[in-house]
Design a protein around this ligand. Structure first.
Ligand SMILES: NC(=O)c1ccc[n+]([C@@H]2O[C@H](COP(=O)([O-])OP(=O)(O)OC[C@H]3O[C@@H](n4cnc5c(N)ncnc54)[C@H](O)[C@@H]3O)[C@@H](O)[C@H]2O)c1
Length: 322
């Protein structure tokens, strides 16, 4: 401790007291200097020590303490579209960092077996069947999570579907499905989760947008509309719920090798291998993304490492739209 060296020193005359003060100052300087070196060489975060003005000091000024900034011990994360691809990779990564993950998906068989596989490895994962396009399902699922775990710290709105069609080709029910799952699902889940986060002092919401939520793409009219809406819904929610210490960000992947991407190739009538090669072309990093590439950004935004990031649209695409 900074003052421990001073406490035991007894000095009888004034000169000795002055000397002791100098020694203490030197000790203090050395300790502060050493702490500075430590800060440079290891990961530290700012921890608030004053409770006087929570809003203005939260995450800001305070003592520097060493902490594992990616540790999610004690946190509960809800992930939609968790049975496959990016949602599954995020479930695996967040449980590996100590979170309890509630995996939601319409594919109950795969979701349940993936959650069970994680539990066998000693991780905390449970699966609930939930169609995020259904208001009732979202409300009941969030209620069930609250009853079981009593909190939700992270919400990853990730479920999405697409039809590779222009507005002329799209049927009305296809438009509705894409928008209902991809955009309305994030609204519904957030609607029921945010009050829990407020009750528990805050949280992090991460929405899976897309490069095609930031720029247009071909033969994906409903998807471009839904993802563009989701990216801007993210910004609106960040403004509305920041004062409750809820951060809201979007991650925007480029082509990532998942079941959805391969299905898109089929919808376009392309041979799978050449579709994947074509999808990787033109990216500065010259490859497709992996679900793990994207999951890493979810961990970052779920963790304290990103505690002053909100309303951001983080692009994760190997430089594709640079
Ligand atoms: N793969 C890519 O190239 C890419 C690029 C940009 C954005 N994205 C987005 O990433 C997200 C995840 O997609 P992915 O690539 O991992 O695909 P994926 O097909 O592997 O996973 C999507 C999951 O969502 C689930 N799902 C579908 N409808 C649902 C519903 N109504 N309720 C709950 N779950 C539902 C599916 O069952 C599936 O498990 C999507 O939002 C997608 O738009 C993907």
């Amino acid at each position: 401790m900074l003052t421990s060296g001073c406490a035991g020193k007894q000095h009888t005359d004034q000169r000795a007291r002055e000397l002791a003060i100098k020694v203490c100052c030197a000790d203090l300087f050395i300790e502060v200097f050493a702490a500075g070196i430590g800060i440079l060489s290891e990961s530290f975060i700012l921890v608030v020590t004053t409770k006087k003005d929570k809003k203005t000091t939260r995450g800001g000024k305070g003592m520097l303490q060493k902490k594992d900034v990616l540790n999610l011990d004690g946190k509960v994360a809800v992930i939609t579209g968790a049975a496959s691809g990016i949602g599954l990779a995020a479930s695996q990564l967040l449980t590996a960092h100590g979170a309890t993950v509630v995996m939601l998906d319409v594919n109950a068989e795969k979701g349940a077996s993936e959650a069970e596989a994680m539990r066998r490895e000693g991780r905390e994962a449970v699966f609930f069947s939930c169609d995020v396009a259904s208001r009732k399902a979202c409300e009941e699922t969030v209620q069930a999570v609250d009853e079981r775990f009593g909190r939700i710290d992270v919400l990853f709105n990730n479920a999405g579907v697409t039809y590779r069609k222009t507005v002329v080709e799209l049927e009305e029910d296809e438009w509705d499905r894409v928008v209902d799952v991809t955009l309305k699902g994030a609204f519904l889940m957030s609607k029921y989760v945010i009050p829990l986060m407020e009750r528990n002092g805050g949280g992090s919401i991460i929405n899976t947008g897309s490069g095609w939520g930031l720029k247009g793409g071909d033969q994906a009219a409903a998807y471009c509309a839904a993802k563009g809406g989701l990216v801007n819904l993210t910004r609106g929610m960040a403004i509305d719920h920041g004062p409750a210490n809820i951060r809201v960000n979007s991650i925007n992947p480029g082509d990532t090798d998942t079941a959805m991407l391969r299905e898109e190739g089929r919808q376009l009538g392309m041979e799978e291998a050449s579709f994947l090669v074509d999808s990787a072309k033109g990216r500065p990093l010259e490859r497709l993304g992996t679900p793990e590439d994207v999951a890493n950004t979810v961990l970052f935004l779920a963790s304290d490492l990103s505690q002053w990031i909100s309303g951001a649209a983080l692009v994760v695409d190997g430089g594709g739209i640079a």
